[in-house]
Ligand binder design. Structure first.
Ligand code: NAP
Length: 283
């Protein structure tokens, strides 16, 4: 059984990005920036923003946090997005979710210039994904693909079963797997006989947010198991896969923590670098 270590994948991308960002600085004389917008006082958003800023700085990328009060008006928030859209040094805008209930989130998201929408949330980038055009993809599905790519796991012709159909994970992941020529089944809470569906999969991707939902007896011997889930149980972080049981049957499996979660932040930064690459021929 092979352990698919997200930390190794993240380190690979981090090293490559640090070199690319240094090249941009030296050869173009610019200081590219990721703008992180935090509205209100949602604690997980603030923690995620701070962690994103640290990771960006670790690869030499400037990351600024724009903190706005929970009672900011929609007009003022739109004006901030406009300013960031127009700033030529801002190559990525990351809007921390959830926004306060008084704000129409989709309206704010769609104001982000799609070429700076590094989390792939705008309608334009969603349309790009579903039609196979170039664009930004949400970071978690992208992290799953980066892990498969790093470990040279091809999806072509494989049966992929995704457990979860959310807009940010399951659905975009299904499109990325289709693009890699997999035969894709997407399961959800109304799926009949989840066990039987998972048992036929060459690759199981669990993204349901239910600790231990995918048990060892659901895994076909030798299958690849990717666990996107992050759950807190008895003070510990665990995935959606019952790891010890599943590892006995899987050919390869991601741990939690240290799997997909270790790569997601890096994918946002990778998208910022992609944005820079569009204007820089040196990368
Ligand atoms: P979500 O929006 O709550 O969606 C969960 C999905 O799982 C839904 O489609 C739901 O079905 C399905 N589901 C729930 N219970 C199920 C069951 N018993 N059998 C089959 N399907 C079931 O969650 P999400 O945002 O996609 O996140 C999923 C998990 O990934 C969470 O644990 C989250 O913390 C984690 N996550 C991890 C990362 C990372 O970086 N590793 C990033 C984002 C999210 P219905 O549609 O029928 O309700």
């Amino acid at each position: 059984m092979q352990l698919l270590k997200g930390k190794d994948v993240a380190a690979f991308h981090s090293h490559r990005m640090a070199q690319q960002i240094q090249a941009v600085r030296e050869k173009m004389g610019i200081d590219p920036e990721l703008a992180i917008v935090v509205v209100g006082d949602d604690a997980p958003s603030a923690m995620y923003a701070a962690s994103m800023q640290r990771t960006a700085r670790s690869v030499g990328l400037k990351a600024s946090i724009y903190r706005e009060a929970a009672d900011i008006s929609e007009a003022d928030l739109l004006a901030l997005i406009d300013r960031l859209n127009e700033d030529p040094m801002v190559f990525g805008i990351l809007l921390m979710m959830p926004l306060p209930k008084s704000i129409d989130s989709q309206c704010i998201i769609n104001r982000i210039d799609p070429s700076k929408d590094v989390d792939g949330l705008t309608d334009a980038n969603i349309a790009n994904l579903y039609t196979g055009r170039a664009g930004f993809v949400p970071c978690t599905p992208q992290a799953v693909m980066a892990i498969l790519d790093y470990y040279h796991i091809s999806l072509s012709g494989k049966e992929v079963v995704i457990v979860g159909r959310s807009n940010v994970v399951g659905k975009p992941l299904s499109q990325l797997c289709l693009q890699q020529n997999a035969t894709v089944t997407v399961c959800h809470s109304r799926t009949n006989d989840l066990k039987a569906v998972c048992q036929r999969a060459d690759v199981v991707i669990a993204a349901a947010g239910k600790a231990g939902l995918v048990t060892g007896d659901m895994i076909k011997p030798g299958a690849v198991v990717i666990d996107v889930g992050i759950n807190r149980v008895d003070g510990k972080t665990v995935g959606d896969v019952a790891f010890d049981d599943a590892a006995l049957r899987a050919g390869a499996i991601t741990p939690v923590p240290g799997g997909v979660g270790a790569v997601t932040t890096m994918m946002i930064l990778e998208n910022v670098v992609c944005g820079i690459a569009r204007i820089a021929t040196i990368l």
